[in-house]
Design a protein around this ligand. Structure first.
Ligand code: FE
Ligand code: FE
Ligand code: ZN
Length: 282
């Protein structure tokens, strides 16, 4: 039997995890992504065990796949400033402690960071250091480094960067989160050569290390290095390529989340559209 794809969207947990799961379920999603804390600030709310219990119940009753917990944008493990790196290390360790209270298959997704001048190689060394400490706190954690567009001094816009980080850490359960907008902006042609891109992932990182997916169209052209998400079908990637991506066998069982510029009703439309088009293509 063909397993239904695990598709959802980014949701706020300001009213709790159970409330977010209820919204997800009501719009045809069987996963969702949330920020572990305010994306721009530092502090995280304490987890409420009753809320987590309610979350797990909705997930099991409705066959949810793994959730995605997205780390803060301010967390830069590879800054050239020591205090920024220390702050990032404390945040990721705190995120690991919180992740232990969440459903155990939850995937932690974060941006590798920006080296702000000292170069990719040194930046990668700092990321490795920060991740080793995080893995020690929660060795079983699923940690996915998100592939980036390469804007500014971002690290992680080439699969090799992520491979070098995973190899350098040498422990834990590390992988990659594929964001279609980021891949395309970084110059990976998922429109005309999806198979080529997937083989490149397999040859570097290994396709079994694909842990999560962000399904977004892009406002900008391939190779632009810009990070501007667009609604599905309204950007340079297009709905056909996005549906081919979401239904690729290498991604089977992975949580796929929309991060498109939408409110809940727009997410609901896109989730229904993708499910419908995948069904038709089978
Ligand atoms: Fe992200
Ligand atoms: Fe993303
Ligand atoms: Zn993005």
């Amino acid at each position: 039997m063909d397993q239904e794809i695990i598709l959802g969207c980014h949701l706020s947990i300001s009213k709790g995890f159970k409330a977010a799961a209820e919204i997800a379920n009501s719009i045809g999603a069987n996963t969702f992504q949330f920020f572990t804390r305010n994306p721009r600030g530092g502090r995280a709310k304490a987890l409420d065990p009753k809320d987590i219990k309610g979350l797990k119940q909705i997930m099991s009753e409705n066959n949810f796949g793994p959730l995605s917990a997205h780390g803060s944008y301010t967390m830069n493990l590879c800054s050239n400033k020591e205090d920024v790196r220390d702050f990032a290390s404390r945040i990721i360790i705190d995120d690991m402690l919180r992740l232990r209270e969440l459903p155990e298959n939850t995937v932690y997704v974060f941006h590798p960071g920006s080296h702000v001048g000292q170069g990719v190689e040194e930046g990668i060394e700092y990321i490795i250091r920060g991740l080793k400490d995080a893995v020690d706190v929660y060795p079983e954690a699923n940690i996915a480094l998100e592939g980036m567009t390469g804007k500014g001094s971002e690290i992680g816009f080439k699969f090799e960067h992520i491979k070098n980080i995973i190899d350098g850490v040498g422990k834990g359960n590390l992988g990659i989160c594929l964001d279609t907008c980021h891949l395309y902006s970084a110059g990976y042609d998922i429109v005309n050569d999806l198979e080529g891109v997937i083989s490149e992932i397999d040859d570097t990182i290994g396709k079994e290390r694909i842990m999560a997916v962000h399904l977004n169209d892009s406002m900008t052209e391939m190779g632009s290095n810009k990070d501007r998400h667009e609604k599905l079908g309204e950007g340079s990637i297009g709905i056909d390529a996005l549906v081919r991506f979401a239904s690729h066998p290498a991604l089977k069982g992975r949580p796929i989340n929309l991060e498109t510029p939408n409110e809940i009703d727009g997410y609901e439309r896109e989730i229904k559209l993708v499910r419908e088009l995948i069904r038709k293509s089978c």
